[in-house]
Design a protein around this ligand. Structure first.
Ligand code: NCD
Length: 304
C-alpha cells in the first residue's frame, strides 16, 4: 500500500496485498468480524449519494468495535461558507484515525490523501476509481469460481463512466482474466485503460451485444448508465441492448454468475434474481467482510 496505507487506486495494491485482504475477508465471513478496533474513530465523508458503500463501511466499523463520525452530503458543512475540500479534510483528519471519502470529482481522494494526517480510503471519486468495489468483485468471483486466474469476464454497459469498471479492469493485469467488453459506441472503455490492458498483454475484445458473449464467459458484470456523469443527451444510447434478460441465460455456462455493483435500474430482469446465476446481492453482502478486512489490516496491522 502507499504511504499512510491510503487506498486511492486499485493499483496501490499488488497481488500479495489483494490476496491478503481477500483471505482476511474470507476469515471474517467464516468466523465473524472480531472487535479489533475498539479505540478507533473512522470518518465516512460522503459528498455523493451512497447506499452500500457508506452503510457497509459503517457496519464494518461498528462490528469491528470502532466508532463512526461523518456525513452524507456537504449541505451541513462549512463548504457552504466557502471552505475548500482540502481544509475540510485537513481538519477531519486530525479528529479521525481514518477517512473514507466519496466525492463527485475525479482526483478528490488523491487530493485528500496528499493533505490528510490519517489514512484515506477512496469510496469512489467521480468516474475515476472505486477500489474497494473491485476488491469485493474479486472476492465474489473467487467465491463462485474458486479461482481468479484463467477466467473469462464480460463487462457490460457503461464502461466509459463506470468507476467500478475502471478499478476492476486494472485488477486484470494482476490476474489472468480474459475480458469481453460489451458497450455502445459512445460508452466504450476509455483509451488509456485499453492501453494499460495492451501493455500488460491482457486479452480483450469489443462486442455490441450480450448474445455474442454470454456462452463464453464465467462472469457477466452488469452496470447501469451513469447518467449523473453525462454532460450530453443520454437518450442517444440504445441501452436496452445492454440489459440482461432471462432468455439470454439459456445460452449460459452452468458456472456463470452475474455480478452488478448495484444500484440496478433496468439492467437485469427482476425474474433473474431467483435463478442460480444471480450473485449481485451476495456480492453486496460481501462488501461488509471485505471492507472490515481492509480496515482491520490498515488500522491494526499497519506496520506488518
Ligand atoms: C457504484 C458506484 O457508486 O460507483 N455503486 C457502488 O458503490 N456499489 C456503481 C453505480 O453507482 O452504478
Amino acid at each position: 500500500m502507499a504511504d499512510k496505507s491510503d487506498l486511492i487506486s486499485i493499483r496501490d495494491l499488488n497481488k500479495h496485498a489483494i490476496m491478503k485482504i481477500l483471505t482476511r475477508a474470507y476469515e471474517f465471513k467464516q468466523n465473524g468480524i472480531p472487535q479489533s478496533l475498539p479505540d478507533k474513530i473512522i470518518a465516512t465523508c460522503f459528498f455523493e449519494p451512497s447506499t452500500r458503500t457508506k452503510l457497509s463501511f459503517e457496519t464494518a466499523i461498528l462490528r469491528l468495535g470502532g466508532k463512526v463520525i461523518g456525513f452524507s452530503s456537504d449541505e451541513c458543512l462549512s463548504i457552504q461558507k466557502g471552505e475548500t475540500l482540502s481544509d475540510t479534510i485537513r481538519v477531519i483528519s486530525n479528529y479521525a484515525d481514518l477517512i473514507v471519502i466519496r466525492h463527485p470529482q475525479a482526483g478528490a481522494a488523491r487530493l485528500a490523501a496528499n493533505i490528510a494526517a490519517c489514512p484515506i480510503i477512496n469510496g469512489g471519486d467521480g468516474e475515476n476509481q472505486h477500489p474497494t468495489q473491485a476488491l469485493i468483485d474479486l472476492f465474489s468471483i473467487y467465491e463462485t469460481q474458486h479461482k481468479l486466474d484463467g477466467i473469462s469476464v464480460a463487462l457490460v454497459g457503461d464502461l466509459k463512466y463506470g468507476r467500478t469498471i475502471h478499478s476492476f479492469v486494472e485488477t486484470c493485469i494482476l490476474f489472468d482474466i480474459r475480458l469481453f467488453l460489451v458497450a455502445p459506441d459512445g460508452l466504450l472503455l476509455p483509451a488509456d485503460l485499453c492501453d494499460v490492458l495492451k501493455q500488460y498483454g491482457i486479452r480483450f475484445s469489443f462486442h455490441n451485444s450480450i448474445e455474442e458473449v454470454i456462452a463464453r464467459v464465467d462472469i457477466i458484470y452488469m452496470t447501469r448508465l451513469q447518467k449523473e456523469r453525462m454532460t450530453q443527451l443520454h437518450g442517444e444510447y440504445e441501452f436496452n441492448n445492454y440489459c440482461l434478460r432471462s432468455e439470454h441465460l439459456t445460452l449460459a455456462k452452468a458456472n456463470l454468475r452475474i455480478l452488478h455493483p448495484l444500484p440496478r435500474v433496468n439492467e437485469i430482469d427482476f425474474a433473474i434474481d431467483c435463478t442460480e446465476y444471480a450473485y449481485y446481492f451476495q456480492q453486496a453482502k460481501n462488501g461488509l467482510y471485505v471492507r472490515a478486512a481492509l480496515l482491520n489490516l490498515i488500522l491494526k496491522e499497519r506496520h506488518e
